[in-house]
Design a protein around this ligand. Structure first.
Ligand code: UDP
Ligand code: MG
Length: 309
C-alpha cells in the first residue's frame, strides 16, 4: 500500500479541523490501494485549534501534528509539514476547505501516470470578491514578467501533489522567506495541472489582509527576481539624458535671447520628484538587503513547540 501524506497548515481554524478530516477520510475510503497520513501544522493559533487536533489524533492514528511556538506564516507551515512527511507523495492543502479533498483521487491519478508535481488550477466562483480575483491575477502576471517563474493563470495556490523525490529537494532547501508556489515551478521535474473551483472558506476568517498580501507579493518577487534592482540604473540613464537635453536648451536660450529663465516652482517640484524616486529605489535595495540579512543569520523558518511523533 502506498502512503499519501496530506499537509494542512492551520491558523485559527478550530471549526474546520474535524470537518476536513472527515472529508479526507471519506475520500480515502474510496481509494483501496492508498493509506493516508494527515499532518496538521498548527501555526500559532490563538483559538481551540490545537486542542481539537489533539483530540482527533487520540482517536485516529493517521493524524500527526506539529505545533509551532508562534505564528510563522502559511509558507513555513507548509514547509514544516513537508519536512516531516513520510509518504510516497505529499499533498498540501488549506484547512478552510477552499481546496476540496474530493480532488485528491485526480491528483493521485496524474501522479501514477508519471508526473512528479501535480499542481492545481483554481477557478474562482463569482462569489469571491472581484478585488481579490483581480489583484491575484495581476500579481501572477507581474511575477511572470519579472522572473523566470511562469505560473499559469490561477495556478498560484498551495494545493499541490509532490512526489517523494521532489519532497526530498524541498526538504533540503534552507532559504529564509520560502515561497513554495514559485519554487515548485522553478524546480522543474515533470509537471501537470488539474482544474478545480475554489469554494468559500467554511468558517473563520481569512488571515490574509491587504498588508499581508502586499508582503507576500514582495516576498515572491524578490525571491525570484533581481530585476527591480535594475530600475535604479535604467532611471539613472533616462534622467541623465533628459538633463543633458534640458541643459542644452537652456544654454541656447541664454545665448540667443539674452534673458534668464526664472522658475523656482519648477525647481522645487523637480527636487521633490527626484527625492521620491531616490527613496523608492533605496527601498527596493533595502528589501534585498533585508533578505540577505535574514539569510546570513540562518535562523530556522519555524520553531516547533510540540509534536506527536
Ligand atoms: N494559515 C497559516 N498561517 C497564517 C495564515 C494562514 O497556517 O499565518 C493557513 C490557514 O489556516 C489556511 C491557509 O493557511 O489553512 C490559507 O489561509 P487563508 O484561508 O487565510 O488564506 P486565503 O485562502 O484567504 O488566501
Ligand atoms: Mg482560504
Amino acid at each position: 500500500m502506498k502512503k499519501i501524506s496530506i499537509v494542512i497548515p492551520a491558523h485559527n481554524e478550530e471549526d474546520n479541523i474535524a470537518l476536513i478530516h472527515h472529508r479526507i477520510k471519506d475520500v480515502f475510503r474510496t481509494l483501496d490501494n492508498y493509506r493516508s497520513e494527515i499532518i496538521f501544522v498548527n501555526d500559532g493559533s490563538r483559538d481551540l485549534t490545537q486542542k481539537n487536533i489533539e483530540k482527533l489524533a487520540l482517536e485516529n492514528e493517521e493524524i500527526k501534528f506539529i505545533e509551532f511556538s508562534r505564528n510563522f506564516g502559511h509558507q513555513p507551515a507548509v514547509k514544516a509539514g513537508i519536512d516531516y512527511s513520510t509518504g510516497n507523495a505529499v499533498i498540501s492543502m488549506d484547512a478552510d476547505l477552499q481546496h476540496p479533498p474530493e480532488l485528491i483521487p485526480d491528483l493521485i491519478k496524474k501522479w501514477e501516470e508519471g508526473f512528479d508535481i501535480v499542481y492545481t488550477i483554481r477557478k474562482y466562483p463569482t462569489e469571491i470578491s472581484y478585488f481579490k480575483r483581480k489583484t491575484s491575477h495581476f500579481y501572477y502576471k507581474l511575477l511572470s514578467s519579472l522572473s523566470d517563474v511562469n505560473l499559469v493563470k490561477g495556478g498560484g495556490s498551495d494545493f499541490r501533489l509532490m512526489d517523494s523525490s521532489v519532497v526530498e529537494v524541498v526538504r533540503n532547501m534552507n532559504e529564509s522567506d520560502i515561497f513554495l508556489r514559485g519554487l515548485s515551478t522553478w524546480m522543474g521535474f515533470r509537471q501537470t495541472g488539474v482544474h478545480f473551483t475554489a469554494g468559500e472558506r467554511t468558517s473563520g476568517e481569512s488571515s490574509y489582509n491587504l498588508h499581508k498580501m502586499m508582503k507576500f507579493a514582495f516576498t515572491g518577487i524578490t525571491a525570484f527576481s533581481v530585476r527591480p534592482l535594475y530600475l535604479a540604473a535604467y532611471l539613472g540613464f533616462l534622467f541623465s539624458a533628459i538633463a543633458v537635453v534640458g541643459y542644452l536648451i537652456y544654454v541656447i536660450h541664454a545665448l540667443t535671447k539674452h534673458t534668464e529663465i526664472s522658475g523656482w516652482a519648477s525647481l522645487i517640484m523637480t527636487v521633490v520628484f527626484f527625492g521620491g524616486v531616490q527613496l523608492i529605489i533605496l527601498g527596493i535595495i533595502g528589501i534585498y538587503l533585508g533578505k540577505i540579512f535574514k539569510q546570513v543569520k540562518e535562523r530556522p523558518n519555524y520553531i516547533i513547540r510540540s509534536k506527536n511523533f
